[in-house]
Design a protein around this ligand. Structure first.
Ligand SMILES: Cc1cc2nc3c(=O)[nH]c(=O)nc-3n(C[C@H](O)[C@H](O)[C@H](O)COP(=O)(O)O)c2cc1C
Length: 215
């Protein structure tokens, strides 16, 4: 088992990332790479899936996969349950990090910064474009809490369906978006012999400063 893991290796030969072709600011590069990932990545890969890391009150890190649902000049938005474990961690410490991995393109993007809640209007607008089942699920599931078994979840869902028989479910107060406002964004392009390209953008006195990092 260990031997076969040790033998697993792939050389990255697809592309390069150079200071001459990369934009001066990172949002443009993220948009370009994201578009390319949408075109290149084959199902079942979800190009908007990323890993979000948060820290708890003891300084212990936690990470989990989430879906990026909006991107604009303010930052990177995902939606979740505000009462979940990640919600509690973000209420305690707004510092968070996100990682995207697009294996078909041999690319990784790392984003670090602070998280803020999006406005209730933004959460509401997104909630209402979700399928009915997902809207009911947001009401029914006490995300991150212990439940007895699958039957308990199904009972919670049945109760929620009864509650919203006559009216469409509105956005729950415990559900909504968070926006990661980046202070640092790093673009990694795999290259042969582990000599990868890494361009690191840091927000410094209001402007993005770009530097190359050793792989
Ligand atoms: C591909 C994928 C996409 C996911 N997208 C979301 C999401 O957008 N929002 C969410 O709350 N959980 C999402 N999850 C579930 C989370 O990984 C996690 O289980 C959940 O948010 C609870 O995390 P927490 O206990 O750390 O708060 C997704 C999981 C996977 C594997």
């Amino acid at each position: 088992m260990n031997k076969s893991l040790a033998d697993m290796r792939r050389d990255y030969t697809r592309d390069g990332l150079s200071e001459t072709s990369a934009p001066e600011e990172p949002f443009a590069l993220f948009r370009q790479w994201f578009q390319e990932a949408v075109q290149a990545e084959q199902a079942p890969v979800e190009p908007n899936a990323m890993t979000l890391a948060t820290v708890d009150e003891q300084g212990r890190p936690h990470c989990r996969v989430l879906l990026l649902k909006a991107l604009d000049e303010r930052g990177f938005t995902f939606f979740t349950n505000y009462d979940s474990d990640k919600g509690a961690q973000l209420a305690h410490s707004p510092f968070a990090a996100m990682t995207f991995f697009w294996p078909g393109l041999e690319r990784q993007v790392r984003i670090e910064g602070q998280v803020e809640k999006v406005s209730a209007e933004e959460s509401d607008a997104y909630f209402h474009v979700r399928p009915l089942g997902s809207r009911l699920g947001a009401w029914a599931s006490p995300q991150s809490r212990v439940i007895r078994d699958r039957a308990e979840l199904e009972r919670l869902l049945a109760e929620t369906e009864q509650r919203f028989l006559e009216q469409a479910p509105h956005c729950p107060p415990h559900w909504g978006g968070y926006r990661l406002v980046p202070e640092r964004m790093e673009f990694w392009q795999g290259r042969p012999s582990r000599l990868h390209d890494r361009l690191d953008y840091r927000l410094t006195a209001g402007s993005w400063v770009r530097q190359r990092l050793a792989p």
